[in-house]
Design a protein around this ligand. Sequence first.
Ligand code: ADP
Length: 394
Amino acid sequence: MKILVLNSGSSSIKFKLLEMPLEKIICSGMVERIGYEDAILRFKKDDINVQETVPIKTHREGLSILANYLTHTQKGAIENPQDIHAVGHRVVHGGDSFAETTLITEAVKDEINYYSALAPLHNPPNLEGIEIAEKLFPTAKQVAVFDTAFYQTMPIKARKYAIPNEFYTEDNIKVYGFHGTSHKYVSEKAIKYLGRETSKIISIHLGNGCSMTAIVNGKSVDHSLGFAPSNGLIMGSRSGDIDHSVIFHLVDGLGYSLNEVKQLLNKKSGMLGLTGSSDLRDIQAKAEKGDKNCQLALDMNAYRIKKYIGGYTAAMNGLDAIIFTAGIGENSSLIRKLACLDMDYLGIKLDSVKNEKLSNVLREINTDSSQVKILVIPTNEELEIAKQVFNLIS
Ligand code: ADP
């Protein structure tokens, strides 16, 4: 069964075509910089590797070009659009309406549209991707996989903010959580690896966006992102935790507009604000050459992770494993080292030799005497989406 996975963002569309249940990637690609004359199209199948700079004005145009590639006589992967059984769409915000992967109907689209108010950067392009895919692949089942679904199990004490109750009950202001597909995927791998009946796990997703989830017996019990993907860890360009009084001071004391503060905290802060770069590779390289700002930013980044590890261990009353995943988690031995430093009182002991080893498969990087397993697990959100779609429709 051929399943097309689509991740339609504000200025990009990523896709993977998978043969399921074999979990085989047939081809993959993306369009970036939608809306620009110099948009970039990438397509990969076996040893065919296409990269073109072309003007792509809209998502519709971008997806149509990708669909043409899929059916291209020489380079393509399918003969016609009917060969695709289902399209799995990543949808960022499903609010409290969707605890499960869902077949898309008009009512489901209305709900996704409703939650656009809470995820204005993500849900509108997700919805647009769905509507275009319905036209391009009319015989395929369209399925939504929600980033927020994994957090529906979180207890209310971890979901509610300490503001007057009516904001929770009437205005739906609460922790929704993000990166759920990734945390679910890697935690399931970890549970299988641990081979235990019960488990207490902290999953640490460190990409451009960063988040941590406390997971007991496969179910999330706490999570560092909140109402929007801005709380918690220090991210590429987002501040993470910050006293809200800073926002009032920026507006009332320093004369910033609310929109400017939004841009500042989401687009100009985090590692970018601290060092001038949001890319961890650049920051590590500069830190190695003695750049003090970069060294401090790396310390701050890891210190925030440590605090959440401590908090979640207390919340779960124990810890069996921590997982590092996504671009930084999988590749930066330095961040892993700093985040696990002096944590032996919690039973966390990193093996510095194993930590330095490069690999793209699940690996254990703790010492033999460490009570807590430290795992590096490559995330694969597209595969997780394809699995969930396959399970729903087969
Ligand atoms: P996204 O959230 O966009 O999917 P990724 O999971 O691809 O992000 O992670 C991007 C981050 O991973 C960047 O900060 C990048 O610098 C970092 N990264 C990628 N490879 C390495 C590496 N080898 N060493 C350190 N950091 C890396």
